[in-house]
Design a protein. Structure first.
Lengths: 271, 248, 271, 248
């Protein structure tokens, strides 16, 4: 049953050094506030899992808290490179980063298998690519037709963290807009934390609303604006200017460190 | 109206390719601009599908990301990412997919993973995203890329996405559903796979571009059709709509 | 692209003798009107596919149009037996009925595999039961863990028929309330027909709304009340009294035939 | 208040079993009545899950079907049938499942498929529905069935749903997640699997019922606990609530 906790307490209780952590949200609803809290608490040696690392993982990687990254697309959408991600992979700065790389279809199916508590998922994919030699996939034959298909191993993060528009006082969560893989991530993970724009007395059913019952969530933390510079449809807008500005901030190691000191570590919680 | 730049011509040619097509899968950047332009000029009923799960999005602005709020708010249906790949892309329900890449080879295979060695890359690129399965399964693939020797290479540093593999028959051997790349649209012209060998062949050049200029911008000995067509210049309607769209 | 057609034309165009037909709807939104039209048009030798045969398939089976039944639960929910279904199986009346029987989990996964155009789905199920010897299932080993799991073959009906609350003039369909396996059935089938309570100018997004784009549907037919005695949430209510009354009507062959003559074949379209 | 019937006692005992439980999976009939009663009296926060996809339904009336409109309208979340089985039942997220059956054997295996031969059945029953996977995966299973020799049989005509298979260790060999049947609640008493052998043992009898009467209603030589408990009579609150619920 979800406990309503202040964000620092929720992060302290649920995310530990060395954990495999999936902070999910597909462009929309990226849990920046939770990621920043994790940085302020100095979590280390994390395995970071996320389909689209985006700016949040660029920040976590640049700050050196990740040992390993599991992902499928590491870019600044519509802008260009994630410079901290590149610096870690190209130059090992601030530390070497182990990679496990998949396609989007592979990652989505890995989460779905995790949510179903199956050890793997079947799909068509990866065939003929160099990814096969550099990641974890298998082949599997259909027992009815003999057709060869691809198997991907289930993802079972230690912790999933997502952001949603609202929760009620029992910790039932509702998100709407692009749903991504957030439900799958929560159901696949051993523990889960949901940050929300607001806590309400009762969830009003919404078009496109995805409701995750509180009894499959460990903690809910109120974090208004907690997805900025990403967005929470209907509450905040995507800060596309910041996504563009990040290119310059993140290109230089010192500029990055200074920005993180001022905007994240100082604890304002602003992006 | 001032003359179209080569980039504008590239966008217009990509948009024209969507005439009469039911659905297109697009990422951000020029492909997104081209698809929105197509809805404005060539194909008002075109269904835009983004991998964020938005099916039938009708953006007024060119979105910066594939998950901008406007896409969700204007879509006919918004689905989860697993559903997008399993129920929509995998079964080949989308007619055309626009893909970009950092490297393209003569069989329209794509690299968006690394420049250099995988374990010690000179340049780490974003990675596969949805491209491998999109290219395998959508009805056909149109590659949109800037024409330069570092992009059109003899040998990919990493094969992220199979176009025509090692040539004719490769896709069939891999069990792929879609026809694969049917065109590579660049800022200099259009390459199309030879029907027999699947090797990319220059079949169309944009106005003012010389064949030799295209050869020089290609990292392999480029096959050229006997008489490459010249791209019909963007009409005033096309160019006007494109510029108006870009200014929104 | 969905064509808006009168129901008789849609049924004539899409459903042929001998087809494998899935009329779906899980308690809610059962497409009775389409099934009755199929009866009036005298379709024969059908393979009927449906998780829960319910009263509609009791009627189709009792009228002798089914050669084969693929299902997972053949009861009158909360009331008891489906007497026409039982009579066909127990006494071959009015004709013998070939069965392929699964569990709900198996059928749901079979539809999902069909919708994904995969030849099979992986699940945990059937193990240890007598069903294994009487149906089509296989076993499959996880290529990563070695765990033995169950494989079920994809369902690919020739035609799927579902009922929804509304469609717009482009044939985009919206249903809400219990969604069952209707989206999967439409996506798994080669052809599809959706009957709707009403055609509207534009679909207004609804809480719980499932929208199926018109371009994956072949025909949409307006059929107000077309799910009765099942229901269309927000439009009609489930006629529980009729479900209870069906027990007596269907128990006797002659009473059944008379009822069908009067209420279905005469063309009133009432249940 | 008039004395409780054995059927009412059965319902109350089933409802009591849900005290302190988070979630229960239920079909229609007595199990549904018991679960709604539990929400009224024993466990107001109990999460009711129906295989129609309604999670956290709060019905005011006992539903006739598992898909009545009231279930969807009052649920916390309504999901598709594939999601229900793959994301909710399969992974064992539901604590207790109530199941019924036409035949129950001494290891609480269930038949809901046929009486007689499968290919030429004397009585064709509805079939498996969700039961096999529900029984394999939910935290525990409580069987609710009327106590009669034709129901409690030496040998099932068809094994639809595995309870404890051929005894201790069977579920583990099959790789099942849940604990399996922990109780069979009848209108005469309660049978529980022996901790060592998993054979059903009469551990509780309802007021006014004799042990011999239960033996006679059971199609095998029923194991009986040394001193079966007597079911505490339904309280006025329980019986009042049950009768009020039934009258709605």
């Amino acid at each position: 049953m979800a406990e309503l906790l202040p964000l620092p307490e929720a992060v302290a209780a649920l995310i530990h050094d060395g954990d495999a952590v999936a902070l999910e949200g597909f462009t929309h609803l990226i849990p920046f506030a939770a990621g920043h809290e994790l940085l302020r608490q100095g979590r280390r040696e994390l395995e970071l899992i996320r389909m689209t690392p985006d700016l949040l993982y660029d920040q976590l990687i640049g700050m050196g808290c990740a040992r390993r990254l599991v992902f499928s697309y590491g870019g600044n959408p519509g802008v260009g490179s994630l410079h901290r991600f590149r610096d870690a992979i190209e130059h090992g700065w601030p530390r070497a980063l182990e990679l496990e790389e998949h396609s989007h279809a592979g990652m989505a199916n890995r989460y779905a298998a995790g949510a179903a508590d199956l050890p793997f998922a079947v799909m068509r994919g990866y065939a003929g690519t160099d990814l096969v030699a550099h990641t974890t996939v298998g082949t599997i034959a259909c027992p009815f037709t003999g057709e060869q298909l691809t198997a991907v191993p289930a993802l079972r993060p230690d912790v999933a963290v997502i952001h949603a528009q609202e929760a009620d006082r029992d910790g039932n969560v509702q998100l709407w807009g692009i749903p991504g893989v957030q439900k799958e991530a929560v159901l696949a993970a051993r523990r889960s934390l949901v940050t929300v724009e607001r806590v309400v007395d009762a969830l009003a059913p919404r078009p496109g609303g995805v409701v995750i019952p509180g009894w499959v969530i460990d903690a809910v933390a109120e974090a208004p604006g907690g997805s900025r510079p990403s967005y929470s449809l209907g509450v905040t807008a995507r800060d596309n200017d910041f996504y563009r500005a990040w290119d310059a901030i993140s290109r230089d190691r010192d500029a990055f460190a200074a920005w993180m000191d001022e905007h994240v570590l100082a604890g304002t919680g602003a992006p | 109206m001032s003359a179209a730049t080569n980039g504008e011509v590239q966008t217009v040619v990509a948009a024209r390719r969507l005439t009469g097509v039911r659905s297109v899968f697009i990422g951000v950047g020029r492909p997104s601009t081209a698809a929105i332009l197509a809805r404005m000029v060539h194909n008002p009923g075109l269904v835009l599908v983004y991998e964020s799960g938005t099916i039938g999005a009708k953006p007024f602005h060119v979105p910066l990301s594939i998950g901008d709020g406007e896409l969700a708010e204007t879509a006919d249906s918004v689905v989860s990412v697993p559903e997008m790949f399993n129920y929509w892309i995998g079964p080949g329900r989308i007619d055309v997919a626009f893909l970009g890449a950092a490297q393209v080879d003569r069989f329209a295979n794509l690299n968006s993973t690394v420049i250099g060695d995988y374990d010690r890359p000179r340049t780490r690129l974003p990675g596969a995203g949805g491209a491998p399965e999109i290219a395998a399964s959508c009805g056909e693939v149109v590659v949109v890329a800037p024409h330069a020797p570092r992009t059109f290479v003899e040998r990919l540093d990493f094969l992220t996405t199979v176009g025509h593999g090692d040539g004719a028959g490769a896709r069939e051997r891999l069990g792929f559903r879609g026809a694969g790349p049917t065109a590579v649209i660049t800022d200099l012209g259009v390459l199309e796979p030879d029907p027999a060998t699947k090797e990319l062949t220059l079949t169309q050049i944009h106005e003012g571009v010389e064949v030799d200029q295209v050869r020089e911008a290609t990292g392999w000995a480029l096959a050229v059709a006997p008489a490459p067509a010249t791209t019909p210049a963007p009409t005033d309607q096309e160019l006007g709509a494109l510029r108006e769209l870009s200014s929104r």
